[in-house]
Design a protein around this ligand. Structure first.
Ligand SMILES: Nc1nc2c(ncn2[C@@H]2O[C@H](COP(=O)(O)OP(=O)(O)OP(=O)(O)O)[C@@H](O)[C@H]2O)c(=O)[nH]1
Ligand SMILES: [Mg+2]
Length: 360
């Protein structure tokens, strides 16, 4: 089965955990997107469901993440008997955003975590960089760049994020997610935000330009994990919940781009080894008991039996692979549909195609 490793890079409070919970919720049951996601570890499933349930009940927001955790997700497609056929595995990593910005050799825990994160980034099949929509809103409103919060965001969070992205090799697609798009939508368009970022954040411009030059996919994807009207930003910077019904927007799009933009590394798929059954052990026992140097007959039976078993095992595996490959093809085609719709809604999202680059 194909295996994808996706990592999101985002500073503390940028919306990584809520994005994961929302993605998990949207894909918990096969619906309009034609596939579902599940975690094998049921305790992790409960954690994610609880994050989303807590979001919709009570006034509090989930606490910040404390450590690095790996989420082994499996994407499934229902076959004609409505049973779930596994199509691919997706490894997703969540962590406290402070790991990116508060790294210091004195803080052993953070320093080790940062190194782990760097390894995940180097081995990822796709990198999703989360630009905090709340901070981006402040940047859009701060025409003269005098706001200290904006200054800090640009010089600490974004700077650290861009340095990490710069380490990704040119074969890894990098997409920039604008989180909390519900806060910007209505006041600013995607082209407005794109222009502001490219014109006022040189590190962002350079990272995008470097990737564009080597034809590496790079996009700006507006996402709202909770949707419009779920929460409102208070004048003091606090987020107040208004509704109990989140309407996630575009959460499926980064996944669709991540799955379709890069061919999976074939070296990572592991072959299923031959596993002896109880009958195999009985035959092995009998052969050992009966076999004698002169008894060629028992030897022939053993060779025929195990030859047959190996052939059957191979056929079974091929069947499994072909149904899983078919399911994966189905997911890819669904992802293409998601991308098509997104490109129609946000034609300016492709950062690799910027005619204004030269006239900057
Ligand atoms: N309006 C709005 N607010 C959001 C959205 N997603 C997240 N938030 C707000 O952002 C806060 C932080 O979100 P988290 O997902 O916990 O952020 P994180 O990146 O996981 O933070 P760390 O775990 O500290 O690294 C939440 O408590 C919400 O107030 C969204 O889609 N819309
Ligand atoms: Mg978190």
């Amino acid at each position: 089965m194909k295996n994808y490793s996706i990592i999101t890079l985002g500073a503390s409070g940028s919306g990584k955990t809520i994005f994961l919970a929302s993605l998990f919720k949207v894909f918990s049951i096969q619906g309009k997107f034609g596939f579902s996601l599940d975690v094998q570890d049921s305790s992790k499933r409960m954690v994610m469901n609880k994050v989303f349930a807590d979001l919709t009940t009570g006034e509090q927001w989930p606490l910040g993440t404390r450590n690095i955790s790996e989420w082994a997700l499996t994407a499934y497609v229902n076959n004609s008997e409505i049973s779930k056929v596994p199509a691919c595995k997706i490894t997703y990593v969540d962590y406290k955003g402070g790991l990116i910005t508060d790294v210091s050799t004195k803080d052993e825990e953070n320093y080790g975590g940062y190194n782990d994160l760097e390894t995940y980034v180097k081995e990822a099949d796709a990198v999703l960089v989360i630009l905090d929509g709340q901070k981006l809103l402040s940047l859009m409103q701060d025409h003269d760049l005098t706001n200290k919060v904006v200054f800090r965001w640009l010089n600490e969070d974004l700077s650290a994020l861009m340095q990490m992205v710069d380490k990704c090799n040119k074969y890894i697609p990098v997409h920039f997610i604008i989180s909390k798009w519900d806060l910007l939508e209505g006041s600013y368009s995607l082209p407005d935000v794109k222009k502001r970022l490219l014109n006022n954040v040189p590190e962002f411009y350079n990272v995008v330009d470097n990737r564009r030059k080597v034809s590496c996919p790079v996009r700006l994807i507006p996402v709202s994990s909770l949707g419009k009207g779920f929460a409102v930003l208070q004048p003091d910077g606090q987020m107040k919940k208004l509704s109990v019904n989140p309407h996630p927007m575009n959460v499926e799009c980064p996944l669709a781009f991540a799955l379709t933009d890069k061919l999976p590394n074939p070296g990572r798929s592991k072959q299923k080894p031959f596993k002896p059954t109880v009958w195999d052990w009985i035959v092995i026992g009998l052969c050992i008991a009966l076999i004698q140097p002169s008894n060629g007959f028992v030897l022939i039976i053993a060779i025929v039996y195990f030859g047959f078993r190996l052939l059957r095992n191979k056929k079974q595996r091929l069947n499994e692979i072909s149904s899983s490959e078919e399911a994966f093809e189905q997911i890819l085609s669904k992802c293409q549909e998601i991308k098509k719709q997104f490109n129609a809604d946000f034609p300016d999202s492709d950062l690799a195609k910027i005619p204004s680059f030269k006239s900057r």
